[in-house]
Design a protein around this ligand. Structure first.
Ligand SMILES: [Zn+2]
Length: 485
């Protein structure tokens, strides 16, 4: 009989068309096949998915992959299908007919790998079909969403323990590209498994080819000039990240005067337009992209040579995630952060918008309840006017709508004109302390980011420390270079 090791090598060769593993992939796959749990911290683009896809093909039962990234599921599944792997996904993007068809397939024993969003575990129909299958492996992608310490907390995600129970406690693999020590502990705790049962694989987070630099800037003019100077010296693709769409627009106007070509990407463009811009970006050899943090999910262009942050991001996690899109080909890539006091003020107002108080949350709930289905005759701006009186830049309403969606208080969206209340407000959203604790965490993360910008110590060491890993001075950041002189 073949050993698991022989089997995974054979599948690696026959199905995935490669012969060698990247660091730790083999050990992680084998560990799952031995029935042991893992927490995998691996930078994007390093072959994280292979860690669960390989054992999934050997296991007798079904592998369920929980992911919050609905927009990526179809691509992930299409890629697996191209390799001849029986995979599928179920999420809210499917129509009823298609969903029922897939449910039928699951029941009949089809598929080796099934991607679902965490909300699925609230649906009776789904729970019924998976009860017909033996679940061999549970992969929890983007596992940092479990934690309120993280950037993208999703309440449904914090129910992993319950999910595991529902599917009879299979082998579990949590995977993420970023997790601070707090987040790692939270993932383990929420899984309901004792810490000693989960092995952590921490695969290094910051690629050595990324050179980290910070420039202090006094005003916009200085900032624009620095950006221009840096991109002029770069022979390759550059992404410039901004916090606000209106700062992108202002900078774009300035570039127009200088007759410099660029592309723009942000969340308020139509989905069709975003798709087109993304496609063009992937195809072009040398391009300048101005974007908000909406740009990045699913961007896997190997040769981005420079990532500039024109405005300070909200946390080291966000910063690290965004620079992680640079230099995937391993070649030297510069990551430049421009730090100015005015931009910090923008982040501080973000903090307020991202953390509306209990009264505001309740007011939105009351308003939605009162409007009933009439809410869908309004667009977002109209609704905003009803709850926010001071300024149009106040996006607390968006935060509350996101929260309601995350907690299952509402279904649908205002854009799709199908928003409706389906449940009561959860206790958490009515607790002042819960809301305040979140605010304190967000504030602390911003302080850590500012300290990074102002620090005169090795940048890479600072990031590693933040993620709970030891590191030596990198010799490849602005501060190391100053010290070496
Ligand atoms: Zn350094």
């Amino acid at each position: 009989m073949k050993s698991n090791e022989d089997k995974i090598y054979q599948i690696l060769h026959d199905t995935f068309g490669v012969d060698e593993f990247r660091p730790s992939q083999k050990e992680i796959s084998l560990r799952a096949l031995d029935g042991e749990h893992s927490l995998v911290l691996m930078p994007t683009g390093m072959g994280k998915s292979l860690c669960y896809q390989l054992p999934a093909l050997i296991f007798e039962g079904l592998t369920i992959v929980i992911s919050p990234l609905i927009a990526l599921m179809k691509d992930q599944v299409d890629q697996l299908k191209k390799l001849g792997i029986e995979a599928s996904f179920v999420n809210s993007s499917l129509g009823k007919g298609e969903r029922e068809a897939r449910y039928g397939n699951i029941k009949r024993g089809k598929y080796k790998i099934l991607y679902v969003s965490p909300e699925r575990f609230r649906k009776k129909g789904f729970l019924d079909v998976i009860s017909h299958r033996k679940i061999s492996l549970l992969a929890l992608d983007e596992a940092h969403c479990v934690s309120q310490w993280g950037n993208d907390f999703r309440p449904d995600y914090s129910r992993i323990r319950e999910f595991r129970n529902i599917i009879d406690n299979p082998v579990t693999m949590a995977l993420t590209a970023t997790a601070t020590v707090n987040v790692q502990n939270d993932i383990i705790e929420k899984s309901g498994l004792p810490a000693e049962k989960i092995k952590i694989f921490n695969e290094g987070i910051c690629r050595p080819n990324l050179s980290l630099e910070v420039f202090d800037v006094i005003d916009e003019e200085e900032k624009y000039n620095i950006i221009l100077e840096q991109i002029a010296g770069c022979n390759g693709t550059v992404v410039v990240y901004f916090s606000l769409i209106k700062s992108i627009e202002r900078f774009a106007e300035w570039l127009d005067i200088k007759k410099i070509r660029y592309s723009i990407y942000h969340g308020r463009l139509s989905p069709e337009k975003r798709k087109r811009i993304q496609r063009e970006f992937m195809e072009m050899n040398k391009t300048l992209m101005l974007a908000t943090n909406a740009f990045g999910m699913g961007i896997d262009k190997p040769d981005i040579r420079m990532i500039i942050h024109a405005e300070i991001p909200d946390s080291i996690e966000s910063y690290y995630q965004e620079i992680g899109r640079g230099g995937r080909d391993g070649k030297s890539t510069r990551c430049i952060l421009l730090y100015g006091q005015d931009d910090l003020a923008v982040q501080i107002s973000f903090l307020q918008w991202k953390n509306p108080d209990v009264i505001f949350i309740r007011n939105v709930y009351t308003l939605l309840k009162k409007l009933g289905e009439h809410v869908n005759s309004y667009d977002y701006e109209d609704l905003q006017e009803k709850v926010v009186h001071k300024q149009r830049d106040d996006h607390r309403l968006q935060t509350v709508l996101n929260l309601f969606d995350m907690y299952g208080v509402t279904e649908g969206t205002i854009d799709a004109k199908n928003l409706k209340i389906v449940d009561e407000m959860p206790d958490e959203l009515m607790e002042e302390t819960f809301i305040r604790t979140k605010m304190d965490r967000d504030r602390q993360r911003l302080i850590d980011m500012v300290n990074y910008a102002k620090s005169s110590a090795c940048r890479r060491e600072a990031i590693y420390k933040y993620f709970g890993m030891g590191a030596k001075k990198c010799g490849n950041c602005d501060n190391c270079r100053v010290l070496e002189k």
